[in-house]
Design a protein around this ligand. Structure first.
Ligand code: 6PG
Length: 243
């Protein structure tokens, strides 16, 4: 699917547009099938987005009761650790004045990395399997949010790592990349991300604009830029802020 790029002067405007996009998608999914499944991204950029979704007007428009919140990746730390993606989402989205009372499926970062990956894959298989057809080959999230690291990683899919070659498992553990925090991770795999109904990158900063061009052009060995492996079968959008 061709990527649609939406560019904004600053992160606030970018996240306002992405929040509107997410609310509209969530409302449509709930209208069509009664639920909305979203995998949150970690890091720092999405904090602005999560704060917007947790406050008026978006908080009241989001169908939180029918929303199922997952994570795209997690650092292998305790859920209250400063580096935890769960803690960041809890602080910026779940714990606000208008609590997002959605159903939360936390990645167990406190477990040994492989145990955490296996546990979360079991959680996903239980959620996405249905009475008639059992467990699908791949889960289909309605939306997977992704960020982009300055080394071209996304989720916790780091350059030149075995996780990039995984084509059976839904969730794997992986050693850290070159960027901080230097802790093991748990991450959704590329086939899972590519099977989503929609993938949305949220990227901010002048330095990452040239990286985006390289990634979309696939002009370098893609093992060097894992985000290049993201070629979703569904909708593919990039929300890009200059600053
Ligand atoms: C993580 C994220 C990671 C993040 C990028 C961009 O666990 O760190 O999931 O993939 O999205 O590193 O992070 P920033 O938005 O903070 O630049």
């Amino acid at each position: 699917m061709i990527a649609n790029l939406y560019k904004f002067k600053n992160l606030d405007r970018c996240c306002l547009a992405l929040a509107e996009h997410i609310v509209a998608l969530a409302q449509q999914c709930v209208s069509d099938k009664g639920i909305f499944t979203i995998a949150a991204s970690g890091g720092t950029t999405p904090k602005t987005l999560y704060r917007l979704l947790a406050a008026p007007p978006f908080a009241e428009k989001m169908p939180w009761q029918q929303t199922h919140l997952f994570w795209g990746d997690e650092r292998c730390v305790a859920p209250d650790h400063p580096d935890s993606n769960y803690r960041m989402v809890k602080e910026e989205l779940l714990g606000q004045k208008l609590p997002a009372n959605c159903t939360v499926y936390r990645m167990p970062g406190e477990k040994a990395p492989e145990d955490g990956a296996i546990t979360y894959e079991e959680t996903l298989k239980k959620f996405f399997s249905d009475g008639q057809n059992g467990v699908p080959k791949w889960p289909s999230f309605d939306l997977i949010l992704l960020g982009l690291g300055s080394d071209g990683h996304t989720a916790s899919l780091f350059p030149n790592t075995p996780a990039l070659e995984e084509n059976e498992r839904w969730v794997v553990s992986t050693p850290p990349g070159l960027l901080d925090p230097q802790v093991d991770r748990i991450t959704l795999t590329i086939p899972v991300i590519n099977n989503a109904a929609e993938v949305a990158f949220l990227v901010a900063g002048e330095k990452k604009k040239s990286l985006i061009e390289l990634i979309l052009a696939k002009s370098r060995p893609i093992s060097q830029y894992p985000a290049s492996y993201i070629v979703p079968k569904g909708k593919f959008v990039w929300f890009i802020a200059d600053a």
